[in-house]
Design a protein. Sequence first.
Length: 145
Amino acid sequence: MDEFMRAAFEEAWAGWDEGGIPIGSVLVIDGRIVGRGHNRRVQQRSAILHAEMDCLENAGRLTAADYSRATLYSTLSPCDMCSGTALLYKIPRIVIGENQTFQGPEDYVRSRGVDLVILDNEDCIRLMREFIAARPALWNEDIGV
């Protein structure tokens, strides 16, 4: 696991430790983490605070030029909302820890020119499988089931 996915994975564990959903994300520009976050829907009683949204919020306002050099890392395939936000800001590359437990609109995101890298990382897969088994109702709420 590279340093950036490792940082996203650490964010996922922070979410788990806080009683939330263990998904983490970091935004990298020019080889440096400029934002990090984790799913905080439970902790903040939020309808939209997925890991990628928390990460982008924590990065603060950036320019179009900044986003054009960015890579968004996420431990799990981004959902429609998070993928849409990446498309809105024209983030050119998304690195995904795993997409076996959940798959967002990856084909659509690729069709819009985004370079998606799927790592199939065993640690990310195991963490989500354990969470889904332990808290299925919370997981279903998060993905809108």
